[in-house]
Design a protein around this ligand. Structure first.
Ligand code: BMX
Ligand code: ZN
Length: 332
């Protein structure tokens, strides 16, 4: 476990004197939690990283409270911003929907619980929305008609900004694009309960499912990966592809086709200025290949204007975005 006590005083005192208290940003994902105090779009310390507790909402809430308390020892916080997977009502801070990636999370009144225990203002936002907010700010994209951030990791999430404002939808589920249906044969069950969602193909879990499909028809002579089918991970596939394994390269190509299917649908629907890719798997995207595929799968006018950027903030985007939303709300 890392300590939060590093560099507490100097930077924070300076911020308080300038009337700029930090907000604690916490990013709650399906597998890990990141937390750090944030000010002016930057974390003030190296973020604490811990695994997401698997005992359900109670254990997650206990962990969030423990983290807030730990940082309160060293910082006077203006508030707490939580970036969480799931559909969130940002006004009430209630979790309205969640896939199996965070079991039992639906119905949690997160803002209410945390505010009553900490007496701090708390803002809860979907993880991809939070990341979109931070990335658009760091790239100065607030004047653009449309900016779409896609997070590719445990799941596939989306955040949509229109002229710098988050578009959350009438029921707060805008951007839940991991659950766009991209195939017709009910082949893959998604953790949301639907079949053939984009996430079931293009997330880490989707990549693994594709690999198992491809490799199960092959012999051990064709790829060493066949040998280790049960221990297969996204990392082993990606590293085999990097070393020239032809089957691994084929799997990665199919994964790009799957990625392209969702991006093309969103591009045709929204005609955004740009897409920003983030999440653990985004660093393995071949941008040239993705552009090439999109050219053949979107109308020429869309393809010609499509920009796809790599995230500048990486893993930290959700944490920074959620904290920044709290600070921006307070200063309005
Ligand atoms: C899922 C869904 C989205 C989330 C996306 C990315 C849940 C728990 N999650 O589609 O809300 O944005 O995954 O989540 O309903 P991550 O955990 O991969 O960052
Ligand atoms: Zn789904």
């Amino acid at each position: 476990m890392q300590s939060a006590s590093k560099s507490a005083t100097d930077g924070n005192l300076d911020s308080i004197l300038k009337g700029k208290m930090p907000a604690l940003g916490i990013d709650l994902g399906g597998t890990k939690i990141l937390a750090a105090p944030v000010n002016e779009g930057r974390p003030l310390t190296e973020p604490i990283k811990e695994p997401t507790p698997c005992g359900g909402p109670q254990s997650i809430i206990a962990k969030l409270l423990e983290l807030i308390e730990r940082f309160q020892k060293d910082y006077i916080l203006a508030g707490v911003g939580i970036s969480t997977a799931g559909i969130v009502n940002p006004d009430t801070g209630e979790i309205l929907g969640s896939t199996g990636n965070l079991p039992g999370w639906t119905g949690t009144h997160l803002k209410q619980i945390l505010e009553s225990k900490t007496l701090l203002p708390v803002h809860v936002e979907n993880d991809a929305n939070s990341a979109a907010y931070a990335e658009a700010s760091v790239r100065d994209l607030s004047d653009k008609e449309g900016v779409v951030l896609i997070t590719i990791g445990t799941g596939i999430g989306g955040g949509i900004l229109m002229k710098g404002q988050l578009y959350r939808g009438e029921h707060f589920a805008a951007g839940e694009c991991g659950h766009i249906r991209i195939a017709l044969n009910n082949q893959r069950l998604c953790t949301c309960g639907l079949f053939d969602c984009w996430e079931a193909y293009a997330s880490g879990r989707g990549l693994l499912a594709t690999a198992k499909e491809v490799l199960s028809e092959k012999t051990k002579e064709q790829s060493p990966l066949v040998h280790a089918l049960n221990e297969l991970t996204t990392q082993t596939i990606i590293s085999a592809a990097g070393k020239g394994d032809l089957l691994a390269r084929k799997i990665m190509h199919i994964w790009h086709e799957h990625l392209c299917a969702g991006i093309a649908s969103i591009a045709q629907t929204l005609d955004p200025d740009c897409f920003i890719l983030t999440g653990g798997l985004s660093k393995f995207v071949d941008f040239d290949l993705l552009h090439e595929l999109l050219k053949d799968r979107t109308q020429p006018h869309i393809a010609a204007n499509l920009k796809i950027y790599m995230s500048k903030l990486g893993d930290l985007a959700g944490m920074i975005g959620a904290a920044q939303i709290v600070l921006d709300r307070i200063s309005v």
